[in-house]
Design a binder for this molecule. Structure first.
Ligand code: ZN
Length: 370
């Protein structure tokens, strides 16, 4: 069943059961787990299946880099296993299927990990040179990260909306949005914190990528995310390092909605996992064919009002995490956060699955996997 799981544990158990169906086609397939230190009940799990004859192509599918987004990611992993696995050729194609890069975040319904780090701002070689970056974030700190409990949605919404026009006017909307989303390395209790060291989850993934990609001539990587882009539609978000333009990608894959992760088309990010992989592949394996992209399932939408609602939800959730919340305010917030990152309405999921099928079909065909 490609349903959205109720819990992290249920999702992991379902993924463990999937090993049997992968082994049916790749008898060599193995299931591995990496437990996170101090969190023995949580693990990063992956199924690795090497091509049985020639190591021509590797397909990587990853989910849950932003914990809570792993609920939808898990459903899409199931869709892939049920509908596309049997169409690949085990003789020349290998697999690396990763169930939930950030298990703590999935279990706790947060995007970040246990150290408040947004892992998609943490894929860098070194953090130190990034600490002074994004200078526009510091003046926004008191607005983005007020150090007080979350008491009343109505009052806090009002306070936020009264302060916002002044900030947007003095910064300009584009600069304000860029400073917020780019990632920051100075405020550990702040939103979009990229960490002050490379995280265990990040190191585990870097190691896994290195170990797997070196054996294959061609690598294709699809990474599942939720929350941004047009409402109820999936956007393929290409790396700023991808040479193909969005129009070319849309034509090549027969998928209409493609954007590049640049300030003009989507938004720019420091420490992005896919950007890291483009640089890694170019520097270490320049001869290999490589394409990676993000499936971004839109929820709130992308009007100015939608962006404000999304930012508001991020600010409130982070504030409640660090400074506490009244139970009724916390319950409202949990519903709002779930609507943004793991919607469960059947109609939303059906549309997300239809978009995923269209994109899988187009990309796997164009890249020669099916
Ligand atoms: Zn995400």
């Amino acid at each position: 069943m490609t349903s959205i799981p109720d819990t992290y544990e249920q999702s992991r158990e379902r993924f463990h059961d999937d090993l049997a169906s992968v082994r049916y086609l790749w008898p060599v397939a193995r299931l591995n787990s990496h437990s996170l230190p101090g969190q023995d009940d949580l693990s990063i799990d992956w199924i690795s299946a090497r091509a049985t004859k020639r190591k021509d192509k590797l397909l990587i599918l990853t989910t849950g880099e932003h914990g809570i987004e792993g609920y939808v990611g898990s459903a899409m992993m199931q869709l892939f296993l049920e509908e596309y696995l049997s169409r690949l050729d085990p003789a020349d194609t290998g697999l690396l299927l990763v169930h939930i890069i950030n298990p703590w975040g999935m279990k706790d319904h947060r995007r970040v990990n246990a150290s408040n780090v947004d892992l998609n701002r943490n894929f860098v070689k070194e953090i130190v040179p990034l600490i002074p970056s994004n200078p526009d974030y510091a003046p926004l700190d008191s607005f983005l990260n007020p150090p007080r409990p979350f008491r009343s949605p109505t009052l806090h919404k009002l306070a936020l909306i009264l302060r916002l026009p002044g900030l947007m006017l003095s910064f300009g909307i584009a600069k304000f949005r860029a400073a917020t989303l780019l990632g920051q390395y100075r405020f550990p209790k702040g939103v979009y914190f990229g960490g002050q060291e490379i995280q265990e989850e990040t190191l585990t993934m870097m190691e896994l990528y290195r170990e797997h990609v070196q054996e294959y001539a061609q690598v294709l990587h699809l990474d599942m995310h939720t929350g941004y882009g047009p409402r109820d539609r999936m956007t393929l978000v290409n790396s700023c390092h991808e040479k193909m333009t969005s129009e070319e990608a849309a034509r090549r894959f027969g998928y209409p909605l493609v954007a590049a992760a640049t300030a003009q088309e989507f938004y720019a990010i420091q420490g992005d996992m896919i950007d890291y992989l483009y640089t890694f592949m170019r520097e270490e394996f320049p001869g290999k064919r490589f394409y990676a992209t993000t499936f971004e399932f839109g929820t709130f939408g992308e009007s100015l009002w939608d962006n404000i609602r999304e930012l508001r939800t991020m600010i409130f959730e982070n504030r409640a995490h660090w400074f506490g919340a009244r139970p009724s305010a916390r319950a409202w917030l949990a519903r709002e956060f779930d609507k943004l990152y793991c919607p469960i309405e059947p109609a939303w999921l059906e549309k997300a699955q239809a978009d995923t099928r269209q994109a899988f079909e187009g990309i796997l065909k164009a890249e020669g996997y099916i």
